[in-house]
Design a protein around this ligand. Structure first.
Ligand code: AMP
Length: 281
C-alpha cells in the first residue's frame, strides 16, 4: 500500500528525500477521492518521478455555516485510489494542528481574482485555500502542482499566488473529469439523494445549451446567461450564479468568444454544485 505520513515534519522530510531523485509533483486534495483526483495523479506521473498527494479537509476554507463537519471522508478508500493512480506517498495530517499549530495567525490574502463568482458568495474561502496551499508548497517545495479546472477560479488564484510570492512551484490546470451523463465528478456528489442525482445533470445541460446558442451566433452575454439560468431553474435548481467571464482575469465580457467561460453554481436541495466550461470547446 502507498506510504502515508501523518506529521508535517515527516512530509517535509519525505519530499526532501524525493527531490534528490528528480522533480516532485504535488496533488493537494480534501480526500473522498474520485477519478477527477486520479487524473491529476496520473498527469503528475507524466511530469515527475515522484507524486505526493495531500488529503486534508482544510477548516480555514469553510465558513461557519458550511459543510466542514459533514464533509465526506474515507481514508482507506483514498489510499487505494492513490495507489491505483500511481501516487508515491500521501500526506494525511493526523489532526488540523499539524497544519495550524497553536498560535497560528498568518494568512495569504488573494487579490481581485478572488472577488467574483465563488469568492463573492463564500467570503474568506479563497483566503483559506491560498493559505493551506502556500503551506503545502512550502513544506513540499514541489516543482509542479496539479489542480483541476473543475475549480477554475481556484486554479487561477493559486497560479497567481505562486507567481506573486515566488513560491517556486509551477501550477498546472487539468481538464474536468465527468460522469458518463456529464455531471462533473465531485466529492460533494455523495450528498445527492437518488432522486436528486439525475437532476444534477442540469449544469452540464446548461453548458451544452449555451454552447449551442453561441454556435448559432448569439453574442449577447445577457441572453446566454439567461439561457443558462433558465436551464438550471427548469430542473428545479436554485441558481447561485451563471456568468460569462474571460478565462484569464475572470472579468465580465462584452462580446464572448470561444475562449470565454461559462461559470455555474447552483443548489440542488442543500448541495451546492459548480461547473464551468469554455463556450468554444
Ligand atoms: P478537492 O478534493 O475537491 O479539494 O479537489 C482537489 C483537486 O482535485 C482540485 O484541484 C480540484 O479542482 C480537483 N478536482 C476535483 N474534481 C475534479 C474533476 N471532476 N475533474 C478534475 N479535477 C477535479
Amino acid at each position: 500500500m502507498v506510504p502515508v505520513v501523518r506529521a508535517s515534519r515527516d512530509f517535509r522530510r519525505a519530499c526532501q528525500e524525493a527531490r534528490v531523485d528528480g522533480p516532485l509533483a504535488l496533488v493537494p486534495t480534501m480526500g473522498f477521492l474520485h477519478d477527477g483526483h486520479g487524473s491529476l495523479i496520473r498527469a503528475g506521473r507524466n511530469l515527475a518521478p515522484t507524486v505526493a498527494v495531500t488529503i486534508f479537509v482544510n477548516p480555514t476554507q469553510f465558513a461557519p455555516n458550511e459543510d466542514l463537519s459533514r464533509y465526506p471522508r474515507d481514508l482507506e478508500g483514498d489510499l487505494r485510489r492513490c495507489e491505483e493512480a500511481g501516487a508515491s506517498f500521501v500526506f494525511a495530517p493526523g489532526s488540523p494542528s499539524e497544519i495550524y499549530a497553536p498560535g497560528f495567525q498568518t494568512f495569504v490574502e488573494p487579490g481581485p481574482l478572488a472577488a467574483p463568482l465563488c469568492g463573492g458568495r463564500r467570503p474568506g474561502h479563497f483566503r483559506g485555500v491560498c493559505t493551506v496551499v502556500a503551506k503545502l508548497f512550502a513544506l513540499s517545495r514541489a516543482d509542479v502542482a496539479l489542480f483541476g479546472e473543475k475549480d477554475y477560479q481556484q486554479f487561477l488564484i493559486i497560479r497567481r499566488m505562486a507567481a506573486d510570492l515566488d513560491l517556486g512551484t509551477e501550477v498546472i490546470g487539468r481538464p474536468i473529469v465527468r460522469e458518463p451523463d456529464g455531471l462533473a465528478r465531485s466529492s460533494r456528489n455523495a450528498y445527492l439523494s437518488p432522486e436528486e442525482r439525475p437532476r444534477a445533470t442540469a449544469l452540464w445541460k446548461s453548458i451544452l445549451s449555451v454552447r449551442e446558442r453561441f454556435r448559432s451566433g448569439e453574442r449577447d452575454p445577457a441572453a446566454l446567461e439567461a439561457l443558462a439560468r433558465d436551464t438550471l431553474a427548469r430542473a428545479g435548481l436554485r441558481v447561485d450564479y451563471a456568468e460569462l467571464r474571460d478565462p484569464n482575469e475572470l472579468q465580465p465580457v462584452a462580446s464572448p468568444d470561444p475562449s470565454t467561460r461559462l461559470f455555474l453554481a447552483a443548489f440542488l436541495g442543500k448541495t451546492r454544485l459548480i461547473d464551468n466550461a469554455a463556450l468554444g470547446e
